[in-house]
Each structure stands twice: as C-alpha cells, then as structure tokens.
Design a binder for this molecule. Structure first.
Ligand code: ADP
Ligand code: MG
Length: 295
C-alpha cells in the first residue's frame, strides 16, 4: 500500500515556554489523499491556523508527526526545495500577501524566477497559462494589486501558489474577506482546479456553505480539541457533537438563527440539524451577518 499524500498523527502545538506555555492543539490525526479536500472548521482562536501552519512548516509541533508521501516533514527551512514546493498556501488577506509595487505578471512569475524555471519567454508562457487557469484576463498582467478587486487579488495569490505545481494547497480563510458572490466564484474555481490538477486541499473556513460545497471531509476543532471529524455528509448534515451544531448556528447571526423556528427547535431538542434546518440557516447566511474572524 502506498502512503497517503499527507498524514498527520497526534499533532500537538504549544506556544511559549514554562508556566506561560499555551497548548493551541491537543492532538490531531488524519490522512489526506491526492485530490481530497479536508475542511478545518472551528470558531476564532480554536487552533485552525496553528494546525495548517504546522503542516506548512511555519510552526514546529511540540509532538506528533506530519508526513508527506510517508516521510516526516521537518521545519520549513530544513525542507529540500522539492518538498517545499509540494505544499503552497493562500491566506485570508489577499492585499497584504501581494507586493503592492509589483505588477500582477511579475508577482505570479516570482516563484518561477526564484526557482530558475526556464528562460524569460518560457516563464511568460507559464504565467499566461496560470492566469488562464485562474480565470484572470491577460490584460490584468500589467496591473498592480491595488487596481484589482478582492476576488482578482485572491486569484493572483492562487495563481502564484500553483506556479510551483503543488500537490497540497492550504487555503487559510482564503475566502473569508470576500463578498458572498465572489466567495462562490473563487470556491468554484478552487473546486475546478482540484479536479483538473488532482490537488489536495486543507480548507480552513467557518463558512459552512463553502465547506459543504468544496470539502470531502471536515475536522471540527474546539479550543484546540478535535471534537468531530469525518465525511462532510455526516458531520455537517448529522453532527454528533453539540459544538458542531452550535457552530453551524454561530456561523451566522445567532439571534437570527434562533429566530428560525426549525433550527431553534433542533437545537433545543439537542437533535442533529436536519438538511431542511440547515437550508434555513443557509438562507440567513446569504442575508449576511457572518461571524467575523480577523485572524
Ligand atoms: P484560529 O486560526 O482557529 O483562529 P489559531 O491557530 O490562530 O486559531 O490560534 C489558536 C490559539 O493559539 C489562540 O488562542 C491564539 O491566541 C494562540 N496563538 C496563535 N499563534 C500564537 C503565537 N504565535 N503565540 C502565542 N499564541 C498564539
Ligand atoms: Mg486562523
């Protein structure tokens, strides 16, 4: 049997030392196969970013393992270039992750230049290809980030991440700063790319709508503890933990949620949230008032 693309075992993450030490993740385990999308959900401060940052090598685990193709991943600076390029990340704020002084074409070309990919014309062709893949029209290549919409900026960040032909893309709240319509467009782009490229994804989000649309599996984290994990069809349609049910409600304006009689009843009876109730919740989400997450 071949090893999974990504394998996480008993991952524990601590910040600080001595009496002030804080455990942000108390153990998390899962496998991810090529082309598989795992959503990581939980309220702000629950440890989602810590988990994916450990996978990216930006945080050293206190204990446990992160394996890629069966091999234990060291910290980012100790990873060989071939391993580094396999895992790429897209962050929440597309504005601050793009150099404001550079033009879009140069931003997407940068990882190609750094890794000595081909000559200038080969790189230009690859940039054009990446822009097409991310549905950015060619004339945007000469624009600067401030001249782009939020959705276009996030597409540029995705194009740049794909330049390295990663096998795992980490999207940490990558849709959270976008308006609903743009979220839908970017999430369907990510779904297409995942199919075309057989790209695995760790998709951090508290938007249950895009989680349901994009992810195969979901891992629910509460204050650093994994409370529930499994296929989206089970966890988000028939959650076993009260926390997941509350999270579904709190992903929107709780008062509005509780004024939805079907959801209020489901929560009060401690029942799993039915698909119908969830649809009611989704209606309210569409109306706005999503819980903020500034991280
Ligand atoms: P999330 O992404 O779910 O909002 P994080 O993983 O960013 O959560 O944070 C989890 C917890 O770890 C929070 O309580 C946060 O304050 C804490 N934390 C995150 N990064 C650091 C850090 N560099 N130093 C100390 N504490 C941190
Ligand atoms: Mg976070």
């Amino acid at each position: 049997m071949t090893a999974p693309l990504l394998s996480i075992r008993d991952l524990v993450i601590d910040y600080g030392k001595g009496p002030g030490q804080f455990r942000a993740l108390h153990g998390c385990s899962f496998d991810l196969e090529p082309g598989q999308v795992m959503a990581v959900v939980g309220e702000s401060g629950s440890g989602k970013s810590s988990l994916v940052r450990a996978v990216a090598g930006l945080v050293a685990p206190a204990s446990g393992e992160v394996r890629l193709d069966g091999k234990v991943l060291p910290a980012l600076r100790k990873r060989p270039p071939q391993t580094r390029r396999m895992i790429q990340m897209v962050f929440q704020d597309p504005g601050s992750s793009l150099n404001p002084l550079h033009r879009v074409g140069a931003i997407i070309e940068e990882p190609l230049r750094v890794t000595h990919y081909g000559d200038a014309s080969r790189r230009a062709a690859r940039v054009a290809e990446l822009m097409e893949m991310t549905q950015l029209s060619p004339e945007l290549a000469s624009r600067r980030p401030r001249e782009l919409s939020g959705g276009q900026k996030q597409r540029v960040a995705i194009a740049r991440a794909l330049a390295m032909e990663p096998r795992l893309l980490i999207a940490d709240e990558a849709l959270s700063a976008l308006d609903f319509t743009t979220q839908d467009h970017v999430s369907s782009l990510l779904s297409d790319l995942r199919r075309e490229l057989n790209l695995a994804m760790l998709f951090v989000s508290h938007d249950m709508r895009s989680v349901r649309r994009m992810a195969d599996d979901v891992c629910v984290i509460e204050k650093g503890h994994v409370v529930e994990q499994g296929p989206v069809s089970e966890v988000l349609y028939n959650p076993s933990s009260a926390y997941t049910r509350l999270l579904l409600a709190a992903a929107l304006n709780p008062r509005a949620a509780l004024s939805d009689p079907r959801l209020a009843e489901a929560l009060e009876n401690g029942e799993a949230v039915s698909e119908e109730a969830l649809e009611g919740v989704m209606e309210i989400i569409r109306g706005g008032a999503l819980m903020g997450d500034s991280r």
